[in-house]
Design a protein around this ligand. Structure first.
Ligand code: NAD
Length: 484
């Protein structure tokens, strides 16, 4: 059967867009082509932005509680289609079914948070700022918001953005990753069923040229972006230069500090799951363990045992712990990083095994020991199932190594010592921290983003920062004199 050619959703209508051509979308577990995605042109971007602009005045006049009811309707549809969404994520992204289900759940939580807008969108009021003068702070929507999303969370990341932007009274254009476009199509069908008016939510498929057309479009007011560091920089600088509000979440290199007193029975599974879960293709993945001596040898032995037992295979096969990576080019890049680590003098302490005879894009998990902070494998984002161990003489030295990274997305410490955890929390330069857990993903009612080269902008996604990003503040100062 020929792979389905995907459509855009613009102004409440599905259609094949004017495109610069079609890209194949392979199933990473098998290599077979499962869909073909259009590379929408600038004219198609014009059409989507015009639809969103036209829908904006009517949608912003819908009372916030009614907008929230649309979001709640979407939430119910997400819940009843959660399995279908998760299976779509497995099919085009490659993660395991459990991982995909977890990611859909996080997307539903973000949608639930959005539904609380009648409370979270509230402004403030102060009586008598001067004699007879009062001040009111209002929040109003920004206008047309564009969401540009990466391949690694095809459902969750669009759901960080669209429900919150919409409930605040904005209209929305989603440009999903061209590597996982079918899940975005499924999500759009649910938005359509939830009864959002035509033009409030639009889906435009494409890759870099489509993004570039959105970044400079005069009809776009704000851009929410999640993706790699070079693209985030490009998106931030280009869109800001064109007068848009931008938040751009970028790449990562996350350090996990393991103190000699850590409870290894709990810490090792958490570290393995952080580093190798979702094949390491997660912005919160632990990538470097900083083993504080004298605990290093014991820790490396336990991690190596765990790595040898990781089952690599298709995400929809029960028992798989590590699925494929997204593309053959990405697999080859990861293999080059591994070769580079060996050449630089790091030691491969353990390697997992590949599934037999598969056409999928698999990488056997690798644990490196004796890595030094200067090595590229300790500094660059690999985004694959590779974990590097650096030995550190003290907590202070470990924090210094982590803080030298140009990234600062997440970091974690494993310890039984509250003083060490407190010192880590105070000194580490990263936006999302874990204490005795390896994937410190903030719940949707807290802000999500990193520091340093992991983030461009000031307001993070989700939580109250999300409300702030998707609204403009207006301050009204009024004087009323009492009736005579
Ligand atoms: P990517 O930068 O390749 O793509 C992200 C989006 O940008 C896609 O929609 C893509 O079409 C578009 N794009 C790609 N190249 C472009 C270009 N040259 N010009 C304009 N647009 C372009 O990212 P990816 O590989 O899909 O995602 C993985 C990356 O995302 C990793 O670096 C990961 O750390 C990061 N990420 C970060 C977070 C976070 O919260 N900080 C969360 C998830 C993923």
């Amino acid at each position: 059967m020929a792979a389905a050619e995907l459509e855009n959703f613009v102004g409440g209508q599905w259609s094949r867009p004017a495109s610069l051509g079609l890209l194949d979308v392979p199933d990473p577990a098998r290599g077979s082509v499962i869909a073909r995605v259009p590379r929408s042109t600038g004219e198609e971007v014009d059409r989507a932005v015009a639809a969103a602009r036209a829908a904006f005045p009517g949608w912003r006049d819908v009372p916030v509680a009614a907008r929230a009811r649309h979001v709640l309707a979407l939430r119910e549809l997400l819940e009843s289609h959660a399995d279908e969404l998760a299976r779509s994520v497995v099919r085009e992204n490659g993660k395991t079914l459990d991982e995909a289900r977890g990611s859909v759940r996080r997307g539903i939580e973000a949608t639930e948070f959005a539904a609380s807008a009648p409370t979270t969108m509230q402004g403030s009021f102060l009586e008598d700022v001067a004699a007879g003068v009062d001040t009111t702070l209002l929040r109003q929507p920004v206008g047309v918001v564009v969401g540009i999303t990466p391949f690694n969370f095809p459902v969750m990341i669009p759901l960080w953005m669209a429900p919150l932007a919409l409930v605040c009274g904005n209209t929305f254009v989603l440009k999903p990753s061209e590597r996982v476009p079918s899940s975005a199509g499924l999500l759009t069908r649910l938005v359509e069923q939830a009864g959002f008016p035509a033009g409030t939510f639009n889906l435009v498929h494409g890759d870099a040229p489509t993004v570039d057309a959105l970044l400079v479009h005069p009809g776009v007011d704000a851009i929410s972006f999640v993706g790699s560091a070079p693209t985030a920089r490009h998106v931030y600088t280009t869109a800001a230069a064109h007068g848009k509000r931008v938040q751009a979440l970028a790449g990562a290199k996350n350090f996990l500090i393991v103190m000699p007193d850590a409870d290894l029975a709990r810490s090792v599974p958490a570290i393995l799951s952080s580093a190798f879960g979702q094949s390491g293709e997660r912005c919160l993945a632990g990538s470097v363990v900083l083993a504080v001596e004298p605990g290093g040898d014991r820790l490396v032995r336990a991690l190596a045992d765990g790595v040898r037992q990781l089952t690599v295979g298709p995400g929809d096969r029960s028992g798989t712990r590590v699925g494929p990576v997204i593309r053959p080019e990405h697999r080859d890049r990861i293999l080059r990083w591994i070769a580079d680590g060996e050449r630089a003098g790091a030691r491969i302490e353990a390697r997992g095994t590949l599934p037999d005879g598969s056409e999928g894009f698999y990488v056997a998990p690798v644990l490196f020991d004796r890595v030094t902070p200067e090595m590229a494998i300790a500094q660059e984002e690999i985004f694959g199932p590779v974990l590097a161990v650096i030995r550190a003489p003290s907590l202070e030295a470990a924090i210094a190594v982590a803080n030298r990274s140009r990234f600062g997305n997440a970091a974690a410490i494993f310890t039984r010592d509250g003083g060490a955890a407190r010192e880590f929390t105070r000194r580490i330069e990263a936006g999302m921290l874990g204490i005795n857990l390896g994937v410190p993903a903030p719940a949707a009612y807290f802000p999500f983003a990193g520091w340093k080269g992991s983030f461009y902008g000031d307001l993070h996604v989700t939580g109250q920062d999300g409300i702030d990003f998707y609204t403009r503040k207006k301050v009204v100062t009024s004087r009323w004199t009492p009736p005579p």
